[in-house]
Design a protein around this ligand. Structure first.
Ligand code: FAD
Ligand code: NAP
Length: 543
């Protein structure tokens, strides 16, 4: 091991991750005068948008909103080309922001953090890396992402496959040619659904291996004209402020009332209007979309009828229709021509629930009914969401307690940002925050701002450690659970990554706060205003 590799460096704060969260945190903390280091496993900034380079990858929150609000200069200077920007453009944007504020000089790339240990005597975090380096800091910010650890699907024989094997979640940074190739795609969540039309257009033949059909809403993506952008840019401050007062940090014309009391025709008209408009706003037509069975059944049936209208072959349409779980119980998808793609001659949909994958072979995928030979196999099989990046580091807190021990029965946090027993460690958009139910760039900014304000106060008052109390963590976790219980998102058939159901052995707990982003933000503010209620603040004199 070289001298450089054993080097220990000391900072005020170490941030793990250089996605939207880590970059904004670096910007904010550095401006406050802290000595900051960001450690990033990849060799560039962007997080999600650095890793997920698969064909068709793009945001499904509109670009004018899925962007930083902290700098008016940035939002005035940058122009988006499409309603939903493609991955490459979002990655360019993130680099533009990083370069504009000279952020890269404080980021160490190609470095994976594998340990984080709290030294109680010194009151410091020791962040260990696979390179052998150690970074020591008073504060540790986990900006490690909700969807940053690919899950390893149980696919017998996968190591035998002799063709090209790709994962959407770590797509190579080089062109992949599909020309004249038979391509197999496993997984029909948002990633698989975005990739399908693009793969079908480029490959000789596309086989889509679908285990569970998903509900997908058309994006109606289009180029953004100058007038539209100009209009947004002239109203950014007030629109951003309004968005922060919504449930999901997005202006998506949320319906203000419940749908249950309306007639079938009235509800149908709202669904049709939202289908024609496109995007995630389909889920916000009524306030009771995920709590009223009547309204949810109607919306689910509406999408199924659309599938019947679009897909010409009735057998294929039947396979594509989600029948056994409510719309929204799995993250809905937003697509461009997904259902239509199954009308192409060169696309075959394989229902691997009815005809299971037995093994991957050297030449392809063997189903119970026989082998499908492919040249390229793509896994769009998802992530160990919300907790995966944190449990892999498995921080060690006070008394030698590990995170996985504390989270044995599922993740427990206070506000999704703090954990009892782990002083001076904060998580950005962690489990127990609204995170994945919102426009995440805005949620990231809210969390980072809250942590920065908190740190400023601690430093001004000479506080040594801040730590959530066990009572606050337990109460918050119960609250998060109760909010989810009152919806249709946790019941039978809701075997989604929201509840960790895609990972064997993961506790089945609904992981996001469903009270809405605006309410959450108000709660965070009142916690701070009350002198960090629910936290224990220790000054050297108390120790
Ligand atoms: P990330 O972007 O995930 O960044 C985390 C970073 O931490 C990564 O770069 C990772 O390499 C690094 N890291 C993790 N662990 C370690 C470690 N141990 N050591 C060193 N580095 C580490 N959200 C929306 O709101 N709208 C969308 O349209 C949208 N589209 C998405 C599309 C895809 C394909 C995916 C996967 C997610 C999407 N999301 C979307 C969610 C998206 O993750 C967030 O919007 C946002 O990018 C999260 O930023 P982040 O910085 O919190 O995390
Ligand atoms: P995902 O939603 O978890 O989907 C994974 C897919 O793989 C599911 O269809 C799953 O089937 C299937 N699968 C897993 N293991 C399998 C196996 N062994 N055999 C067959 N099929 C298997 O993952 P994702 O599509 O990557 O999306 C994750 C999240 O990232 C999204 O929900 C969204 O929040 C975000 N995202 C957003 C966008 C966007 O539009 N902007 C794009 C991509 C991702 P089952 O359902 O049966 O488990």
């Amino acid at each position: 091991m070289s001298a450089a590799q054993t080097h220990t460096s000391k900072y005020d704060i170490v941030i793990v991750g250089a996605g939207f969260a880590g970059l904004y945190a670096l910007y904010r903390f550095r401006n406050e005068g802290y000595r900051v280091k960001v450690i990033e496993a990849g060799n560039g900034v962007g997080g999600t948008w650095f890793w997920n380079r698969y064909p068709g990858a793009r945001c499904d929150v509109e670009s004018m909103q899925y962007s930083y609000s902290f700098s008016d200069e940035v939002q005035q200077e940058w122009s988006w080309s499409e309603r939903y920007a493609p991955q490459g453009e979002i990655l360019e944007y993130v680099n533009f922001v990083a370069d504009k504020f000279d952020l890269k000089k404080d980021i160490q790339f190609n470095t994976r953090v594998n340990t984080a240990v709290f030294d109680e005597a010194a009151g410091l975090w020791e962040i260990g890396c696979e390179t052998g380096e150690t970074f020591v800091a008073k504060y540790c910010l986990m900006a490690t992402g909700c969807l940053s650890v690919p899950m390893s699907p149980k696919l017998d024989g996968i190591e035998r496959f002799k063709g090209e094997l790709y994962r959407t979640s770590s797509w190579p940074d080089k062109p992949v040619s599909f020309e004249g190739k038979r391509v197999g795609l496993i997984g029909t969540g948002s990633s698989g659904i975005q990739a399908t039309p693009r793969l079908a257009a480029a490959a000789d033949h596309l086989y889509v291996f679908q285990r569970t059909p998903n509900y997908s809403i058309p994006a109606h993506n289009h180029e953004l004209d100058d007038d539209y952008q100009h209009d947004w840019k002239s109203h950014y401050p007030e629109r951003r402020a309004l968005a922060k007062q919504t449930r999901n940090n997005t202006l998506n014309a949320a319906g203000e009332g419940p749908g249950e009391g309306l007639s079938w025709d009235e509800r149908e008209a709202v669904f049709e209007e939202r289908w024609q408009f496109g995007g995630l706003g389909f889920m916000y037509g009524f306030t009771d979309m995920t709590s009223s069975k009547v309204v949810n059944d109607h919306a689910s049936d509406f999408v199924r009828r659309k599938i019947d209208q679009i897909v010409k072959d009735p057998e294929t349409a039947a396979k594509l229709k989600p029948m056994h779980y409510p719309i929204g119980a799995k993250r809905i998808c937003v697509d461009t021509d997904y259902y239509k793609t199954f009308n192409r001659e060169n696309v075959t949909l394989l229902d691997v629930k009815a005809d299971p994958i037995e093994t991957v072979t050297e030449a392809g995928v063997k189903l119970a009914s026989g082998e499908i030979e492919v040249d390229i196999l793509i896994l769009a099989t998802g992530f160990d969401a919300m907790t995966g990046a944190l449990t892999r580091i498995n921080p060690v807190g006070r008394g030698g307690q590990t995170l996985t021990e504390r989270w044995e029965d599922g993740p427990k946090t206070y506000l999704g940002m703090a954990i009892d027993g782990f002083p001076n460690m904060f998580i950005v958009t962690g489990p127990g925050s609204p995170s994945v139910f919102t426009n995440m760039v805005t949620s990231v900014e809210q969390n980072v701002d809250w942590v920065a304000d908190c740190m400023n106060r601690l430093e001004t008052e000479g506080v040594q450690t801040i730590e959530a109390t066990t009572e606050a963590v337990d109460d918050w976790t119960v609250k998060v659970g109760e909010l989810a219980e009152n919806t249709l998102l946790t019941g039978l058939g809701s075997n989604s990554w929201y509840v960790g159901a895609n990972i064997e052995g993961k506790p089945k707990v609904f992981m996001a706060y469903l009270g809405g982003a605006a309410t959450y933000s108000d709660i965070c503010k009142s916690v701070a205003d009350d002198g960090y209620a629910g936290f224990r603040l220790v000054s050297p004199a108390d120790a």
